[in-house]
Design a protein around this ligand. Structure first.
Ligand SMILES: [Zn+2]
Length: 601
């Protein structure tokens, strides 16, 4: 049976992949490069995960496939790739894939990635840090003047984690309450046992060793069952200082649309986690705990790919792993010489963290390759890359200056008094005319529609910043909806104007009210910057490495000569690899990747 395994990676970039592979750090990925085919993939605007993963896996442009974040299109209506599989009696497994695409039965969907605010319905206890030093850990640092991300209220770009919770010392015991165990508090105690600690949770025990994750322990949180483990970060009894990390706890059941298959995977591979507690940054004290958690998750995913495709009749398996993107967001701004925050003396330590994350990925690919059979094609793919931030842009402040939107005293948009607006769920690069009769709070007459679009385009074209004697345009592309067909936008959901920021520009809100200004902290981003943004080190293009069944060996598609492949081209190619005809798909079969010398590898 033909099978395709898609190991999706949030934000992987080709220049770093090639650099680390040529240094010898990525032996398995190097095999993919040498014995398979590779290319850059051109993301759609905005170059962020949801819209591009949906386009990738449906094989259809955003005009057809993209409604909004966490708003999956109907597979049957759009006749996308998953529909084609279903019609041919084939099944896909989406394991921890973004929930903006639906893999309802007969497909298998396990723990879709929760991209919304609030606690995931699969999580019963959030990952947490407990400390006797929690006061100092939670001491308020100077609040940031800028919030980066879309929608404007979100601050996702910094990948901030939760606050620290207290450990109290009572009668020689260390005690804390498990995160989220509110209706039925779950007390955890730890007692000294030589250089180690013996942890007790109900009737269960586990040994804690410094710098290591414990065994998994069954736990009940507010009546729901799951598994938890702990990492002993610090243990200095004479100073009374102790710090313990707790893994995320997902429910033991109810994670998928197929309870039997779900139970089989958990009993074979152990508990799954969807996130780690510590931020991926060299400035974090317990970074190693996060790298270990991410590798545990990554190998779990790899083993599930092997099991589901080899033993459970799954033809197409896909996931998205999110370690590398977090490393880029937190480290590229100090590693890439094009960043305003680059310093020669600290660049190496940030580069080392990025390299470590790529190595986790490499070991994962090695694990899949070890057990891959001759009927399987493996694809290592990313949805976009990342490029350092230099300037922050607040689109609402700027449009307000041009009398196009109305803001209240706190800078929030008043839609019913605004002539244009943006939609939170669409990624922040589409401007909608607030048309009477079309929009819920519409005020603009149809007769004003065209003139308003002209006014918006003129304003976007004039948006710039003077910095260090240089003038840089904020916006790189701005198109009317009917002109955006060439970049994949059409249909009832597309904005009246589609645009993208320039290389190094990021969306955000400044407490001091600028509509455009230098960023205050190092970082890197992808969503707002144009899909083709590049520096010598970074790139906003996605990547595709293919290897195995039917794939040509040793081929790299040079985008400067042939152009990149588009985010929808792999969908058509996967259809071909699985023996389907990609009738309603938008992509082109990537014939240059296909081995035309018969069926051998
Ligand atoms: Zn990201």
């Amino acid at each position: 049976m033909r099978k395709v395994i898609i190991f999706g990676v949030d934000g992987l970039v080709m220049p770093l992949l090639k650099q680390f592979a040529s240094e010898g750090s990525l032996p398995h990925i190097n095999t993919m490069l040498k014995k398979g085919s590779s290319a850059e993939l051109l993301p759609f605007i905005s170059a962020w995960g949801d819209v591009n993963w949906v386009s990738f896996l449906t094989g259809q442009c955003p005009g057809t496939s993209w409604i909004g974040q966490c708003m999956p299109p109907d597979n049957t209506t759009s006749q996308n790739l998953l529909y084609l599989l279903e019609q041919a009696g084939l099944r896909a497994a989406l394991v921890h894939f973004p929930e903006s695409i639906s893999a309802r039965a007969p497909h298998f969907e396990l723990v879709p990635y929760w991209g919304r605010k609030g606690q995931s319905p699969y999580e019963i206890s959030a990952p947490a840090m407990y400390s006797t030093l929690y006061g100092a850990r939670n001491a308020k640092s100077t609040p940031k003047r800028q919030k980066l991300g879309w929608p404007p209220a979100a601050a996702l770009a910094y990948h901030e984690k939760g606050s620290c919770k207290p450990i109290v010392i009572e009668a020689g015991e260390y005690r804390f309450q498990l995160a989220n165990s509110i209706t039925e508090p779950t007390t955890v105690t730890a007692v000294p046992a030589g250089d180690e600690l013996l942890l007790r949770l109900g009737n269960e025990t586990a040994m804690l060793h410094i710098g290591k994750w414990s065994e998994w322990v069954p736990v009940s949180v507010n009546g729901a069952q799951g598994y938890v483990r702990f990492f002993l970060g610090k243990y200095i009894p004479e100073e009374g200082s102790i710090e313990i990390l707790q893994s995320q706890v997902l429910r033991s059941e109810g994670l998928s649309n197929n309870p039997a298959l779900e139970a089989e995977l958990v009993s074979l591979l152990g508990p799954f986690i969807s996130k780690w507690i510590v931020k991926i940054s060299p400035q974090e004290e317990y970074l190693t705990s996060a790298i270990k958690e991410a590798e545990y998750q990554s190998l779990w995913l790899a083993d599930s790919a092997t099991h589901l495709t080899r033993n459970c009749g799954i033809s197409l398996w896909a996931t998205v792993h999110r370690l590398v993107d977090e490393a880029h967001h937190n480290c590229l701004g100090q590693y890439d010489p094009a960043s305003p925050f680059y310093k020669e003396d600290t660049a190496a330590q940030f580069g080392e963290v990025i390299r470590e994350c790529y190595k986790v990925l490499d070991r994962t690919i090695g694990r899949i390759m070890e057990t891959m059979d001759d009927e399987t094609t493996l694809m290592l793919v990313s949805d976009h890359g990342g490029v350092p931030n230099s300037y922050m842009c607040d689109i609402y402040r700027y449009l307000a200056k041009h009398d196009l939107v109305k803001l209240d005293g706190e800078g929030n948009v008043i839609i019913e008094e605004s002539r244009v607006f943006l939609k939170d769920e669409r990624g922040g690069l589409e401007i909608y005319i607030n048309l009477l009769g079309r929009e819920p709070k519409g005020i603009v007459l149809q007769t004003e529609y065209e003139l308003l679009r002209e006014k918006v385009l003129r304003a976007l074209g004039n948006w710039h910043i003077e910095d260090n004697g240089q003038c840089r345009n904020a916006v790189s592309i701005a198109l009317k909806k009917e002109d955006a067909v060439g970049i994949g936008y059409w249909g009832e959901y597309a904005g009246d104007i589609v645009f993208a920021y320039n290389t190094g520009f990021v969306w955000g809100v400044s407490a001091t009210g600028e509509d455009i200004c230098p960023v205050e902290a190092p970082g890197a981003n992808h969503g707002p910057q144009k899909p083709t943004a590049e520096t010598a080190v970074s790139s906003n293009y996605g990547v595709l490495l293919a290897y195995g069944k039917a794939i040509r060996a040793g081929y790299y598609r040079d985008k400067a000569v042939c152009g990149p492949h588009r985010m929808v081209d792999p969908g058509a190619t996967i259809a071909k690899l699985l023996g389907l005809t990609p009738t309603a798909l938008d992509g082109t079969i990537m014939d240059d990747f296909i081995n035309n010398e018969g069926d051998k590898k």
